[in-house]
Ligand binder design. Structure first.
Ligand SMILES: Nc1ncnc2c1ncn2[C@@H]1O[C@H](COP(=O)(O)OP(=O)(O)OP(=O)(O)O)[C@@H](O)[C@H]1O
Length: 258
């Protein structure tokens, strides 16, 4: 592992008027590390994810990111064009609802290929070959390449969204409840796939989930949120097997009967 964190989140708070979205959250994310943010509905997970990924501007705090060239940049002080380029190339964002991350009326191949074009690929044959390869990696048959995702099942759509995000070789992927809304059997298969890809590609990831089983399977480290605050964080196995905070103990005993 490198000796520089990929991401440094410092005292990030977001208020919606008087209401707390998230408060004073700080942590480092290391290259190749997968962090799960868990908590009940309304605890501030999505607010925090959106602040870190610059989709939302926090009220206070900063986030530093180590660029590919090793320089460290403050994400909230980056120019809009550079930030957009970073989001398109170095980052991925997997939404809970695939329709938010896909273009539902263009073909599966184009959904993957247009990300390649966005980073400068122009050769149609290469783009199609890479798209075909990525569809295979997410277990979508090559003969579906010209079908639009609206003709796909929920699980296939989510796998396509993952391919679209990973095709450009990002270093950091944000995922918001990536298996939410899917059948249990479909979830299990998707989790296996995500775990394999994250490992193979050595990706860093921040995954928001209310499902502790998802955190257990995918993450190295986890943060537990309650009312906008991080109340406990640590290695995932430690937090789940030996929770220190009474609230985490309650969460683990009520949800994770394993
Ligand atoms: N746009 C908004 N305007 C006002 N309050 C908001 C807004 N978005 C979120 N909140 C409030 O901020 C708090 C945290 O919400 P957030 O959506 O981040 O939680 P969450 O843990 O992601 O919940 P869920 O799992 O249900 O999505 C809640 O009290 C919520 O009502």
């Amino acid at each position: 592992m490198s000796d520089t964190p990929l991401l440094k989140v410092k005292s990030v708070s977001k208020f919606y008027g008087q209401r707390i979205g998230c408060k004073e959250v700080s942590f480092d994310l290391w290259p190749g590390e997968v962090l799960a943010i868990v908590g009940e509905s309304g605890s501030g997970k999505t607010t925090l994810l959106n602040c870190i990924s610059t989709r939302l501007l926090p009220t206070t705090g900063s986030v530093e990111y180590t660029m590919r060239d090793g320089s460290i940049r403050d994400l909230y002080h980056m120019g809009e064009a550079e930030r957009r380029f970073l989001m398109r190339t170095d980052w991925g964002f997997v939404h809970q609802n695939p329709a938010d991350g896909l273009r539902m009326t263009v073909s599966a191949g184009a959904n993957v290929g247009e990300r390649l074009m966005a980073v400068g690929n122009r050769h149609y044959g290469n783009i199609r070959a890479t798209a075909t390869d990525w569809l295979g990696r997410v277990e979508i048959d090559a003969d579906r390449i010209d079908d639009a995702p609206r003709a796909f099942s929920g699980g296939m759509r989510q796998r396509l969204q993952i391919a679209r995000n990973l095709v450009t070789g990002p270093r950091l992927v944000f995922m918001d409840e990536p298996t939410g809304g899917l059948d249990v059997s479909v979830q299990a298969r998707l989790l296996d796939l995500v775990r394999g890809l994250v490992n193979d590609l050595g990706l860093s990831a921040i995954i928001v989930t209310h499902d502790l089983a998802v955190a257990r399977l995918l993450s190295h480290r986890m943060m537990v949120m309650k009312d906008g605050h991080v109340i406990e964080q640590g290695l995932t196995d430690r937090v789940l097997d030996d929770p220190r905070e009474p609230y985490t103990q309650l969460l683990v005993s009520s949800i994770l009967q394993v």
